[in-house]
Design a protein around this ligand. Structure first.
Ligand code: ASP
Ligand code: MG
Length: 432
């Protein structure tokens, strides 16, 4: 069996859904497990709906629900000639239940309610797509991921219970076999049967989970880019596609912030040696990127990952004690409490520097927690560039017109925290 994953952009209009069908038509001889995200920007819209509900802003809530309903109806009208098709009733029912929430008492646990509502985006997309495929293909079926992806109850960032999921998937596949199974990315369920979500952009991970549990022959993530590029075209010119890289390389790139695949997706695939293809749904014949075991191509070109809005914090114990031995666990505890995300760390005898993703409030809180015992200084508005398989030439290119505040090198990777001096740069692969 092959596992396919289609993201929101690949199903955002009726013609996009038709394109998905035409891709599936190329795989008539395969068993397919098709994982689909919510259509277009529906997850963001659903988040707005939950927010309006909790702000008790009934007018906004109703308007936003209506808008999502129209959006889905519009796609359905483009797919189904017959508007007495059962799918119209099913979708109507989902929205009727959703709108009724405005008259119910608010559930105290926001994250729980978030998951119950936001997950509907994937339920809607898969119901519509499964119904559409069934018009042409008698062996397609809708599968409910909320019956076989088992998680804990950490709503909005649920952790998979692999053992239960494996058992549930085994029996799901035995009881209901069809050539094309269509299911939701991003969502699961607790042992009590409540819906959970795996964290934003989690649909790739769902494809990984399903492939792992079914020993699939491969996973293909269909995207609006030709494959994994060596840099984000938003920041860099002259990007090149990585034709073939290893699981190790992909997980490193995803960890440093390359946004093409969800970082959790790689591990289950690596564990079972299941190749991952990244291909363009706009050009399905093109070769894309293949992620697999062999590392031989990993260092062919340098890859760049760029992050903005970085904060570089430097922390020095006021009593001049050694920072690592005597203070690090305390500093880490406070960093964890702050909610910031650590990107790079470095220390000397009596000072510890850390480059973070952190918002203003979190930063103020962190500085407050630290300043009794430590001298704390910080710079904000910085850039962090990570270069895999660097050489001096690429470092020079990327740091042109930048002031370097911190640099960390291993054999494969250099990470540079720097300040943009605000001068226009020229030349290939310079940061825009
Ligand atoms: N629809 C979810 C999101 O937008 C999951 C995904 O697309 O991967 O975050
Ligand atoms: Mg998405």
């Amino acid at each position: 069996m092959k596992v396919f994953k289609f993201g929101g952009a690949s199903v955002k209009t009726a013609s996009a859904v038709k394109n998905v069908k035409s891709i599936l038509d190329q795989y008539k001889n395969d068993d397919l497990f098709v994982v689909v995200s919510a259509m277009g920007k529906t997850t963001n819209a659903m988040e707005g709906i939950v927010k309006a509900l909790y702000e008790k802003n009934t007018d906004d809530f109703c308007a936003l629900v209506e808008d999502r309903k129209d959006f889905h109806l519009d796609i359905m009208n483009g797919l189904f000639d017959d508007n007495s098709h059962l799918i119209f009733d099913e979708v109507e029912e989902i929205f009727t239940e959703l709108i009724a929430q405005k008259d119910e008492r608010l559930v105290e646990n926001y994250n729980y309610q978030y998951d119950q509502i936001v997950s509907l985006g994937e339920v809607l997309s898969t119901k519509i797509i499964a119904a559409y495929l069934t018009l042409y293909e008698n062996d397609a079926c809708w599968k409910d991921a909320r019956t076989f992806i088992r998680t804990n109850n950490a709503y909005r960032k649920a952790e998979v219970d692999w053992e239960r999921t494996q058992k549930l998937m085994d029996s799901e596949l035995k009881s209901k076999k069809c050539r094309i199974s269509v299911t939701q990315g991003f969502i699961g369920h607790t042992k009590e049967g409540f819906t959970t979500t795996l964290g934003r952009e989690g649909s790739d991970f769902t494809a990984g989970i399903i492939a792992y549990c079914t020993n699939a022959e491969s996973v293909t993530i269909w995207k609006d880019v030709p494959g994994m590029l060596n840099a984000d075209p938003k920041w860099f010119e002259n990007t090149v596609k990585l034709d073939k890289i290893s699981f190790r390389e992909a997980i490193e790139l995803a960890y440093y912030g390359a946004s093409v695949i969800h970082p959790k997706t790689i591990k289950p695939l690596q564990n079972k040696n299941i190749p991952l293809y990244i291909k363009s749904f706009l050009d399905p014949e093109a070769s894309g990127t293949i992620i697999q075991t062999s590392t031989e191509n990993d260092d062919l070109v340098p890859s760049f990952i760029f992050k903005v809005d970085q904060v570089l914090l430097s922390i020095t114990p006021k009593d001049f004690s050694f920072v690592v031995e005597e203070n690090l666990s305390d500093i880490f505890k406070k960093l964890a409490l702050s909610g910031g995300h650590i990107n790079v760390m470095q220390n000397s005898a009596v000072s510890f520097s850390v480059c973070l993703d952190i918002n203003k409030d979190e930063l103020n809180h962190l500085v407050e927690m630290l300043s009794d015992e430590y001298e704390v200084r910080y710079n904000d508005n910085l850039e962090l560039v990570t270069i895999r398989h660097y050489d001096q030439h690429t470092i020079d290119r990327v740091t042109k017109n930048r002031e370097i505040l911190m640099e960390q090198k291993t054999r494969q990777t250099v990470r540079i925290v720097m300040r943009n001096m605000g001068v226009e740069v020229e030349g290939d692969a310079d940061i825009r």
